[in-house]
Design a binder for this molecule. Structure first.
Ligand code: TEU
Ligand code: CA
Length: 535
C-alpha cells in the first residue's frame, strides 16, 4: 500500500537564505509565505524547514536555545502559525527540523540540568566533526562535556529518561500545533557506547554512530509520540549502511519512515578529510545507488537527494555548471527522480544554482568552513589550495541566497545579505529560468508530476544496466505492468551504446527527439516506456 509520503516530493528550505521580507538581509518566515505558490506550482507536497528556533546561530540554528520559540530573525510564533496555515491551505505539508542530539550551550538546561548532558573528569581522544577536540572543559563544573560538533553544541545524554521525556513533550507540542513530521538531525548519534572508549586516531564514530540503544530509543519515541499522529519522519544518519537502513525503515519496526544516507555523498573525497576532494568514479556511484535501491525495495524506503544545506551544489559537483548547465542539471534530476524513494529538492536546485567561489575567507560564514581554513592554514597549507578546497566542498556553496531575479541581490533582499549572493545571479535566477526555452524549473515540474501519475516510479523495481560503463548511468524500472528504461550520460562526451530500443519518450532533456538510436549527446537523458509488453 503506497503511503502519502512515498508519492511525495519534498522541498528543503534553508530559511536564512530563502527570501527576506523586511530588508534585514536575513530570510524569514513572512518571506517564505510569499513564495508558497512558487512551490505549489513546482508540484511540491512537503516542505522541510531547516531550524527556525531561538538560537545563538553558532551553527546557523542547529544549536537550539529554546525549542518553543521562533528566532526573532525569522519572525514570531504568529508568523509560524500563519505559515503552517498557508501551507496546509495549499494542500502541502510542513516538516520541522528536529535537532535533539545536542542543544546550544545557551539552552537553560545546560545550567539547570547538567544531568541532561555528557560529563567526564577526563576527555577521551575523540575529535569534533568541526575540528579540535570533542570535549570542552567547564570551569564551573570542573569537568569536561562532550560536543561532537561545535563547543557551543553540547551533546544530550539520552541515557537519562527525564531528558528523553522532555524531548518527547516538545515533539508532542509541535505535532499538536499541526506540523506534519520531522527531519531528525544526526539522530543515529543519540546512543553512545556507555564507556565512551578512545577511537582509532581520535575517530569516535564507531562508538556514537548507530549505538547500542539506538533502536530502543527510536521505538520509544515512536510509541510515546509518533504513533499518535499521521506524520512523516526522516532520520539524518551519517555512517549508516543499507543493512542498518533495512532495520531503521522497516515499517514493522516502528522507528523512522526513511533515512538520509551519506554513502553516495562520500564517494568524491578522502575518507578522513571531506575537503580533500577527488573526482567521482561513476561506477562507484552506480554500485552504491543500486545497493540502496535493492536493499530497501519491499523492505523499507529510500530518501533520494543530491543536495542539502551541507552539500555543495550538484550541478557543479557531478555536472557541468558552465557549458552544459541545463543538460547536466536535468540529467542529474532525472537520474535521481526516476528511482524508488522520496525525492528531496533543495532550494535553488530547481533552477540549477551553482557553487560559489568567493576570493576571500572573509566572505564565508559556515563554522565548519572557517574552522577548516584555520586548521589547514595553521599547519602551513597554502591559501590557494585551501580556498580551492573550500570552493569545491564548503557548505556555504548551498547557503548563498536564493536567486529570484536579476534585481539587486537577486531579489532576495533589499538590504545587505547575511552571506553574499553568488555573482552569477544576473543570469541564473527564477525569473530568467522561467522565461527560458530551457527551463530547469519546468523540467522538475514534469519529473515531479510523473511520480504522481505513474505507479512504476513509486513501486517499480530497479535493475542497473551497463554496470561497467564509465560515463553512462542506465537502469530499468519494472512494476509487472510496464517497463521503463532511464539513460543518463554523466559526461560531456557523446557516448555510443549498443542500441536505444524503440519506446515512448516519457521525458528527455534535448528537444529535437532521439538523434541516433545508439548515441547519447553530452549529458543527454531519456526515459523510455518500452513498448513491448512485459512478459
Ligand atoms: O549535519 C550532520 C553531519 O554530520 C554533516 O552533514 C555535517 O554537517 C558536516 O557536513 C560533516 O562534515 C547535521 C546538520 O545537517 C548540519 O547542518 C549541522 O551542522 C550538524 O548536523 C550539527 O547539528
Ligand atoms: Ca528578514
Amino acid at each position: 500500500m503506497t503511503t502519502w509520503w512515498q508519492q511525495a516530493t519534498v522541498y528543503q528550505i534553508y530559511p536564512r537564505s530563502f527570501n527576506d521580507s523586511n530588508g534585514d538581509g536575513i530570510g524569514d518566515i513572512p518571506g517564505i509565505i510569499q513564495k508558497l505558490d512558487y512551490l505549489k506550482t513546482l508540484g511540491i507536497d512537503i516542505i522541510w524547514l531547516s531550524p527556525v528556533y531561538n538560537s545563538p546561530n553558532d551553527d546557523n540554528g542547529y544549536d537550539i536555545r529554546d525549542y518553543y520559540q521562533i528566532h526573532s530573525d525569522f519572525g514570531t510564533m504568529a508568523d509560524f502559525d500563519q505559515l503552517l496555515e498557508e501551507v496546509h491551505r495549499r494542500g502541502m505539508k510542513l516538516v520541522m527540523d528536529l535537532v535533539v542530539n545536542h542543544t546550544s550551550d545557551e539552552h537553560p538546561w545546560f545550567e539547570e540540568r547538567p544531568d541532561f548532558y555528557i560529563w567526564r573528569d577526563q576527555p577521551n581522544n575523540w575529535g569534533s566533526i568541526f575540528g579540535g577536540s570533542a570535549w570542552e572543559y567547564d570551569d564551573s563544573r570542573g569537568q569536561y562535556y562532550l560536543h561532537l560538533f561545535s563547543k557551543k553544541q553540547p551533546d544530550l545524554n539520552w541515557e537519562n529518561p527525564e531528558l528523553r521525556q522532555a524531548i518527547y513533550d516538545m515533539m508532542h507540542w509541535w505535532l499538536q500545533k499541526g506540523v506534519d513530521g520531522f527531519r531528525m538531525d544526526v539522530i543515529n548519534f543519540i546512543s553512545k557506547h556507555p564507556d565512551l572508549p578512545d577511537g582509532e586516531n581520535g575517530d569516535g564514530s564507531p562508538y556514537f554512530m548507530n549505538g547500542p540503544r539506538i533502536h530502543e530509543f527510536l521505538r520509544e519515541m515512536h510509541d510515546n509520540v509518533l504513533q499518535h499522529y499521521d506524520c512523516v519522519t526522516v532520520g539524518e544518519m551519517p555512517g549508516t549502511s543499507p543493512e542498518d537502513a533495512q532495520i531503521y525503515t522497516n515499517p514493522d519496526n516502528h522507528e523512522v519512515n526513511m533515512i538520509f544516507t551519506f554513502e553516495h555523498m562520500d564517494l568524491d573525497h578522502a575518507p578522513d578529510d571531506k575537503f580533500n576532494y577527488q573526482p567521482l568514479n561513476l561506477i562507484d556511484l552506480k554500485d552504491n545507488l543500486e545497493k540502496w535501491q535493492h536493499a530497501l525495495h519491499n523492505k523499507g524506503w529510500n530518501s533520494l537527494y543530491w543536495n542539502n544545506h551541507d552539500q555543495p551544489r550538484i550541478v557543479s559537483r557531478f555536472g557541468d555548471d558552465q557549458t552544459y548547465r541545463y543538460e547536466s542539471a536535468t540529467m542529474l534530476a532525472t537520474c535521481l527522480h526516476m528511482m524508488q524513494g522520496t525525492p528531496y529538492v533543495y532550494q535553488g536546485e530547481e533552477i540549477g544554482m551553482t557553487n560559489v567561489s568567493f576570493s576571500s575567507i572573509d566572505d564565508y560564514r559556515d563554522i565548519e568552513t572557517l574552522n577548516m581554513y584555520d586548521e589547514k592554514r595553521t599547519v602551513g597549507i597554502d591559501e590557494a589550495t585551501v580556498l580551492d578546497q573550500i570552493h569545491h566542498v564548503s557548505r556555504d556553496n548551498a547557503r548563498t541566497p536564493m536567486q529570484w531575479s536579476d534585481d539587486e541581490n537577486a531579489g532576495f533582499t533589499t538590504g545587505t545579505p547575511w552571506l553574499a549572493v553568488n555573482p552569477n545571479y544576473q543570469t541564473i535566477n527564477v525569473k530568467h529560468d522561467q522565461n527560458s526555452e530551457q527551463s530547469i524549473y519546468s523540467y522538475y515540474q514534469q519529473l515531479i508530476a510523473m511520480r504522481k501519475q505513474y505507479d512504476i516510479v513509486t513501486n517499480g523495481d530497479f535493475t542497473l544496466l551497463e554496470r561497467d560503463h564509465p560515463q553512462l548511468f542506465a537502469y530499468t524500472r519494472n512494476n509487472g505492468h510496464e517497463n521503463w528504461t532511464v539513460y543518463c550520460n554523466f559526461s560531456s562526451d557523446t557516448i555510443t551504446l549498443t542500441e536505444i530500443p524503440n519506446g515512448e519518450i516519457m521525458i528527455h532533456n534535448y528537444d529535437d527527439g532521439i538523434l541516433s538510436n545508439s548515441q547519447l549527446r553530452p549529458y543527454e537523458t531519456i526515459v523510455l516506456r518500452n513498448m513491448k509488453e512485459v512478459e
